[in-house]
Design a protein around this ligand. Structure first.
Ligand code: ADP
Ligand code: MG
Length: 435
């Protein structure tokens, strides 16, 4: 018998790791791989000194902190580079690909990203960039050209968004509607480099494509709601063609950048899906944000990580962008090219093999997940998460709210699987006898 070890590299995460561990334990898998019975063990990773030649025990690591926790990120670089561990996500890609690169690359693939300009920082002498003050002074004096920001505003058009080129979490994002508000926003923008991006106007659907491996869950989103209400519970908000297209866009972006776990924000306007923010590797995974959609995310993580561990999926250390550029046909429509990119993405994620793996080994996963997500044990997990975020007088109310949303998911999931008893249809009342 062999054991595949899965490590969870965590930050403030409480709920998804608990649910993940419970589901893997409930599955209690013993899978034949190359004539050997393979079992799975899950453990939480600790941060501690390590020799660069030490051998880690893990086959797969699910990580949530690479983008801000340097020790974990450098540990992940070592174990992927030297020891063949498979990690979600690729640490070099996370470190080097900001929003800016993601826009450039997807523009080159023909995606309808809104018009976007980069603007040098208002304060190039700020702390962010300074290596040597005299170098900065010389560079600014010799190379920075005075520019007319209002001309950039006119080129981009209004309304527009000024936002950090490497942003996240809505920090420093401002909507501007004319020259005056653009100048004011720029004056306040400090030493960070920003983009000015044309707003997608009159959008009717905001959708987030949450991808884990080849799986993509589309969720309607409302940025105007408070944090716990932004992910909407809605069905059929895109028709079949747009649904497939939004999934393809998400999968292509993730395969292109070697992101196994990422979310892609798209706005639909005039029938076109415009991706606006898709460098979100390691997106929010908390039940307090995802509520109804939380079980689907945890299930996607379980399926993909078990597949990667069982099959010892080799980690793609390098990005290979040229393959995507090579299949681009300048005479084809974007939809046709997207199909070709998606074929590469499916190949990258080994979709056929993954689906065969799930069909063969995870047959009872859906019912088992319903059992878990409707249990008292899961209620306690939700409560622990709520307790960590909410004031004492709101703990009960929000625990019941988020758990209740997940119970609604259990109900729709039972419907989907045909497990709910058929609805009793009350007989139509007899028509009163005519007088
Ligand atoms: N081009 C745009 N058109 C319309 N809304 C936008 C645009 N860019 C940003 N926004 C709004 O601003 C929010 C934050 O911008 P975003 O690019 O997602 O930055 P962050 O990386 O900080 O999340 C988006 O969720 C959206 O509501
Ligand atoms: Mg965003």
């Amino acid at each position: 018998m062999a054991t595949r070890n899965i490590g969870l590299s965590l930050g403030a995460d409480l709920c998804w790791p608990a649910a993940y561990e419970a589901l893997v334990s409930k599955l209690d898998l013993a899978i034949p791989v190359d004539g050997e019975e393979v079992r799975f063990d899950v453990e939480r990773v600790t941060v501690e000194p390590f020799g660069l030649r030490y051998k880690p025990k893990y086959d797969v690591v699910l990580d949530r902190v690479t983008h801000w926790h340097p020790t974990s990120r450098e540990w992940i670089k070592k174990i992927t580079l030297m020891d063949g561990v498979y990690v979600l996500n690729n640490p070099w890609s996370i470190q080097s690909v900001e929003k800016h690169t993601s826009y450039c690359a997807m523009m080159r693939l023909g995606m309808p990203i809104p018009e976007t300009w980069m603007i040098p920082p208002k304060n190039p002498r700020g702390d962010t960039w300074i290596v040597s003050k005299s170098d900065v002074e010389a560079t600014v004096a010799r190379s920075h050209k005075f520019f007319d920001l209002s001309a950039v505003g006119r080129a981009v058009g209004y309304p527009a968004f000024i936002k950090p080129y490497d942003g996240g979490g809505w920090v420093g994002v401002k909507r501007v509607t004319d020259t005056a508000s653009l100048l004011k926003a720029y004056d306040e923008s400090g030493d960070r480099v920003h983009h000015l991006q044309a707003a997608v106007n009159d959008w009717d659907v905001f959708v987030r494509g949450i991808g884990v491996g080849p799986q993509v869950n589309l969720v309607r989103y409302d940025p105007d709601q408070p944090l716990h209400g932004r992910y909407r519970v809605d069905f059929n908000f895109l028709d079949g063609d747009d649904w497939v297209k939004a999934q393809r866009i998400t999968r292509v972006i993730n395969a292109f950048f070697n992101w196994d776990f990422n979310s892609c924000e798209m706005l639909r306007s005039n029938g076109e899906l415009h991706p606006i923010d898709f460098a979100n590797a390691c997106p929010d995974s908390q039940v307090t944000s995802l509520h109804y959609h939380f079980p689907t995310l945890v299930k996607m993580k379980v399926r993909w990580s078990l597949f990667c561990a069982a099959t010892r999926r080799p980690m793609r250390l390098n990005m290979d962008w040229q393959r995507f550029f090579d299949v681009q046909d300048p005479d084809a429509t974007f939809d046709e090219n997207l199909l070709a990119y998606d074929a590469l993405a499916q190949e990258h994620f080994d979709t056929d093999r993954f689906e065969a793996f799930c069909a063969e080994h995870l047959g009872d996963f859906d019912t088992l997940a319903i059992e878990y997500f409707s249990s008292d044990a899961f209620y306690d997990v939700v409560e622990a998460k709520v307790r960590s975020l909410y004031p004492p007088h709101e703990i009960r109310q929000f625990t019941d709210h988020f758990f209740g949303m997940v119970q609604f998911w259990c109900h729709t999931e039972r419907d989907r699987l045909g497990l709910n008893p058929p609805k009793e249809v009350a007989p139509a009342p007899e028509a009163p006898a005519a007088e």
